[in-house]
Design a protein around this ligand. Sequence first.
Ligand SMILES: *[C@@H]1O[C@H](CO)[C@@H](O)[C@H](O)[C@H]1NC(C)=O
Ligand SMILES: *[C@@H]1O[C@H](CO)[C@@H](O)[C@H](O)[C@H]1NC(C)=O
Length: 297
Amino acid sequence: MSQDFSWLQSRWIPIIGWFKSIQLELRTYLNEVLEHLLLFLIFYIILCLLLYLLIMQWKLLSFRKDVKVTPKRVLFVIAHPDDECMFFGPTVLNFTRRPGCLVYLMCLSTGKNYGMGTIRKRELYAACKVLGIKEECIIVQNHSYLPDSMSVKWPAEIAAQLILHQVALYDIDTLITFDKHGISRHLNHCSLYFAVAHLSTTKQLPNSCNVYVLESVNIVRKYWLLLDIPISYILSRIRYIATNTDRCLLKRAMQQHQSQYVWFRKLFLRFSRYQMINTLQKMDRQDIELDLELDDD
Ligand SMILES: *[C@@H]1O[C@H](CO)[C@@H](O)[C@H](O)[C@H]1NC(C)=O
Ligand SMILES: *[C@@H]1O[C@H](CO)[C@@H](O)[C@H](O)[C@H]1NC(C)=O
């Protein structure tokens, strides 16, 4: 018996030793990887802080990159009262402060979802006042086919005709709306993209009207705030950034949306990248033809 046992032991000991050495190697390797990750993270955060100071404090570097054609008559197309503060803030503030630029805002629903359309409409006017959009430049639609709902895709044709009407009426040269992901894939937001895309592919939109969409970013980037500066800088061609003063102003504008200013939105606003950075993309006819095909499926 004891002989058998020693035989077993002599067979197993090297295997156990081998396992132990692998385990040790793996642990050292993991430690190294973690160390590198941590170093990278620290380096990245320092880089972001440095960029932030270079851009905002010392003004040695320009983060902003403008649209190509000088905008004179801009139309922001949003789905609900408060989208203008929650998502488009840095861009709206840039445009409303330009001399010789008139900013219009079109909101395609009154937020009837919670049965307080009139209140939300009033709040929108107050918020726009803070942002510098004139009262006579605000258009609020209240259409039964365009309800405020996460789960309703608005009929593109109806939304498109409403938008086209304003574009023609005010001779709009720059139209800004959501991209196909609609920030959070909110169907109302996405519908606006598809409505404008429809206008563009069917060539109903005048050639003089340039369309830009607000880029949606993934959830990690969305709540990184200033850590998103380098990524936006590298990946996007049209960029707007809000200064600290701008951010206070945006907060004040958002506070006008009393009925919406609840704790989770305050939290969102605190960390949201859209309170500080907006990156836009020019709507490209070829891209949208592909998107429209996908949308039909
Ligand atoms: C708006 O942004 C452009 C660049 O994107 C910048 O040159 C301009 O100074 C900004 N205007 C205001 C009023 O912030
Ligand atoms: C929207 O229209 C409905 C009727 O279709 C009306 O009851 C409601 O008060 C309107 N809301 C606003 C904000 O005008």
